[in-house]
Design a protein around this ligand. Structure first.
Ligand code: MIG
Length: 798
């Protein structure tokens, strides 16, 4: 036997080397320059290079006859018709200059290398491989530099650093995933490469199952590719990480401002029913004064899991219930799954069939998959008519008083089985199989939901989704799915949320407490403390867990949880401001340390992923397990105000802080300003007539404070107010100026308390140029109360 093998082996090898599976693109045969692009004909492919901006270039390859005409799911930015670039032809290569980048394209073989304006090589195709095809499969091989770091890919449950690993993007319903599992609910084919502290990003605009290999088991290249579709990627140069993320979201979209109440604490459980339970929960929150804004209705409110119906026994009078809840200040979010029960007497199924809105097999029959309602049709959200129809269903649904929509099972999940690849979707008129649509099904459902609610209501509504793709941030908040009530998942809740932010999805959070299993008291407290400092703050737990609403817990747990929630409400103006900032910059709200401190090596260390920045100036270092009594954390260079201990510390070091169960280390960076309000039981309970600003002066800093109604989309018509605080400090004085740079919303705030931290007692205080004695200096804090509309300048003289 061995002998025979030895004999055939050389032939086998010969055979594989002759019939190599991968085909490379070959050489440039000819090219033509257009206003915004260059079109190349290559031996084995077509290649279009689009200059989108000085620092953004799109590379698009296909081995098919032509490029696809179907619109992108991720990209919403329209290509400029004319762009600035220069093409220089040399013997061996073409040089494209964008004003900021120089792209060299060698002719034979066709390979791309990209240089910055100082002629540093930023990114290059692997010389031998470059772009390759293996039948339908597409790949791009890039040179791997040994000092390059990779980040991104959205919802991944491992460390932030992605080097040395391979990932698959395929939306998957994966309850009780661990840090070693790869395919989760969201697919975000965007990553950032950082070399010598300079960053670029690559967005691979392909919705098929895709792969990213950052030098796993080889030291020569990294690669990304997909099972089918085009090798179509956008290269975005920074070198600032912030610019990379901001430009990535210029292409794929940014968050809209959510209703202000959606930043409050949200309470969920699988499931609250019947209606008497919902009432009791709501009343208990108010009686026990745990602030809460939202109650969720999970699948049991429906009639046999039929979407857009109520179970008549459990919820006989939904309008009445919801209006009672409303008067208690609660907003109700209902779950809506995509599967429509295949019951021909059910109105949603009937309408869908009548108007041909469900996904079909190639023989024209409707696909049925098994999920909650048993056999179900799947609305084809890639079809415009379906999206419009779904929007109308939501319009009718809102009439019950529902304020938010929660999309679950939209991977799409069919009891953990495989949705058949052969099923067809409209693909906006271009028709595609499930292979292409799978990863964008959740995105398309979220789009239908967002557009429907937007069209039929002037109010902002809250939308939450489990599945998504690049661009999901345009439509919905995301939570990290079915996690577990254990220490590992508390770490994950932090790192996964940071990772989503790095990947363009700022409105993110985890099931506080852990969905599956029972958290210990300590774990629960620590989870609330993290949750209060994540953009989306919701507790949720599975059907077989004990009731875990804060007032059901022991007093030991209670106090700390209440503190965490109250702190969230005090900081609501601060959070809202960060949401506003993110809506215009696309930057994450909860940020990896290295985003803000790009040149600080410490911020890339493994342990630095267990702390983060909220916006520019607030450092949060939560305890991420149930047992630690100390937290090791890193303070970047500069001065920091330790909020809890009311003292100034010098950064540039890793420090260890004692963290009894009531503590979350919080540090304000010098120059930082934080607006605070009083605690509310829910948003809208009382008019906010006063605010406090905590100010830690530096040589110079600015803070723009945003206000609007928090309810409607009027801010898009300019109905908002921006107040600019500028603070300057020198050895003798601190000077602050306050000006309205936009003033088209009438704020209810009448009074400001200005709290200066880290300053001595002043000799003199001048308010709008006039000396005042109306201030206090206690506990190393200077406090001045002023009428908000009178404040123009403030001078502290030492
Ligand atoms: O098959 O609706 O991730 O949050 O409570 C489980 C019931 C379906 C999964 C979601 C979870 C939700 C649950 N759902």
């Amino acid at each position: 036997m061995k002998k025979i093998l030895l004999l055939i082996l050389p032939f086998l090898c010969l055979y594989t080397s002759v019939k190599a599976d991968f085909e490379f693109i070959g050489e440039i045969k000819n090219y033509k320059v257009f206003d915004n692009r260059i079109e190349f004909k290559l031996t084995n492919a077509k290649f279009n290079l689009y200059v989108i901006d000085k620092n953004i270039v799109r590379f698009r390859f296909t081995n098919q006859k032509d490029f696809s005409l179907a619109p992108s799911y991720g990209i919403i930015y329209s290509l400029p018709e004319k762009s600035q670039f220069e093409v220089i032809e040399q013997k061996e290569k073409l040089i494209v200059k964008t004003g900021e980048l120089q792209i060299n394209i060698s002719k034979n073989p066709c390979r791309v290398s990209i240089y910055d304006s100082e002629n540093n090589l930023i990114n290059a195709d692997e010389e031998s491989f470059g772009v390759a095809f293996d039948n339908d499969e597409v790949r791009c091989f890039k040179k791997l530099f040994n000092n390059e770091r990779f980040y991104g890919l959205g919802e991944k449950s491992d460390d932030l650093l992605k080097n040395g690993k391979q990932y698959t993007l395929w939306n998957s319903d994966f309850p009780a995933y661990t840090s070693r599992n790869d395919e989760l609910y969201q697919s975000i084919p965007f990553f950032i490469g950082i070399k010598n502290y300079k960053a670029y990003g690559i967005y691979f605009d392909n919705s098929y199952k895709s792969y990213f290999n950052f030098g796993a088991s080889n030291n020569r290249f990294y690669w990304f590719g997909a099972e089918q579709g085009e090798m179509d990627y956008y290269f975005i140069y920074g070198p600032d990480i912030k610019r990379v993320i901001s430009d990535y979201t210029k292409l794929t979209g940014r968050i809209k401002l959510p209703p202000l109440w959606a930043l409050g604490y949200q309470q969920s459980r699988y499931s609250y029913y019947p209606e008497s339970t919902v009432r009791t929960i709501a009343k208990s929150f108010r009686e026990t004064k745990f602030p809460c804004d939202v109650i969720y209705l999970d699948i049991h409110y429906m009639d046999g899991y039929r979407v857009f119906t109520w179970n008549k026994e459990r919820f006989p009078e939904p309008e009445k219930l919801l209006s009672e809840l409303k008067s208690l200040g609660f907003k109700v979010v209902t779950i809506i799954d995509p599967g429509v029960k295949a019951d021909t007497n059910y109105f949603v199924a009937k309408e869908g069939i009548k108007n041909d809105l469900f996904a079909k097999y190639p023989d024209g029959t409707y696909y049925q998959g098994e999920v909650w309602p048993s056999w179900s049709f799947f609305p084809d959200f890639t079809k415009e008519a379906t999206r419009i129809w779904w929007g109308e269903k939501l319009r009718d649904w809102l009439k019950y008083g529902v304020e938010g929509i929660w999309n679950d099972m939209n991977e799409p999940a069919v009891w953990g089985q495989n949705f058949p690849d052969i099923v067809l979707f409209d693909d906006n008129g271009y028709y595609a199989s499930h292979k292409k649509i799978h990863n964008v099904y959740g995105l398309s459902m979220a789009r239908a939901t967002y557009e429907g609610l937007r069209k039929h209501s002037d109010k902002r509504h809250f939308i939450l989704t489990r599945a998504g793709f690049s661009g999901i941030q345009r439509y919905a908040a995301v939570w990290t799915g079915d996690n577990i009530a254990n220490d590992e998942h508390l770490y994950l809740a932090c790192t996964m949320s940071i990772n989503m932010g790095l990947s363009g999805v700022p409105f993110i959070g985890s099931d506080v407490g852990g969905f599956i299993g029972e958290p210990s008291d300590n774990l629960l407290v620590r989870w609330y403390q993290l949750g209060a400092f994540t953009p989306f703050f919701r507790a949720h737990s599975s059907i077989d867990t004990r009731f875990r609403e804060p007032f059901h817990l022991s007093e030991f747990v209670n106090v700390h949880i209440k503190n965490a929630i109250e702190l969230r409400y005090k900081l609501l103006p601060f959070w809202y401001n960060e949401f506003y900032n993110s809506s215009i910059s696309g930057l994450p709200i909860m940020r990896a340390m290295f985003i803000n401190f790009q040149n600080d090596e410490n911020c890339y260390y493994h342990d630095a992923q267990y702390q983060y920045m909220v916006g520019e100036n607030l450092l949060v270092a939560p305890v991420l397990n149930s047992f630690d009594k100390f937290k090791k954390l890193y303070l970047p260079k500069g001065k920091w105000y330790d909020i809890d201990e009311n003292k100034i510390v010098d950064g540039g070091n890793w420090i260890v802080k004692e963290v009894p169960i009531n503590k979350v280390p919080l540090f304000l960076k010098e120059g930082g300003i934080i607006p605070l309000q009083k605690v509310l039981n829910y948003v809208g309970e009382k008019t906010i007539d006063s605010l406090e600003f905590m100010i830690f002066p530096s040589a110079y800093s600015e803070y723009n404070f945003y206000e609007d109604d928090g309810i409607t989309y009027e801010y898009e018509n300019g109905k908002f107010t921006l107040t600019k605080f500028s603070v300057m400090q020198n050895s003798k004085s601190i000077k602050m100026t306050v000006e309205k740079i936009k003033n088209d919303y009438q704020s209810s705030v009448k009074k400001y308390t200005l709290t200066f931290v880290g300053t001595n007692s002043p000799n003199k205080v001048l308010l709008n140029g006039k000396e005042t004695k109306n201030y206090s200096y206690e506990n190393k804090m200077l406090k001045i109360i002023t009428a908000s509309n009178e404040l123009k300048t403030l001078e502290l003289i030492f």
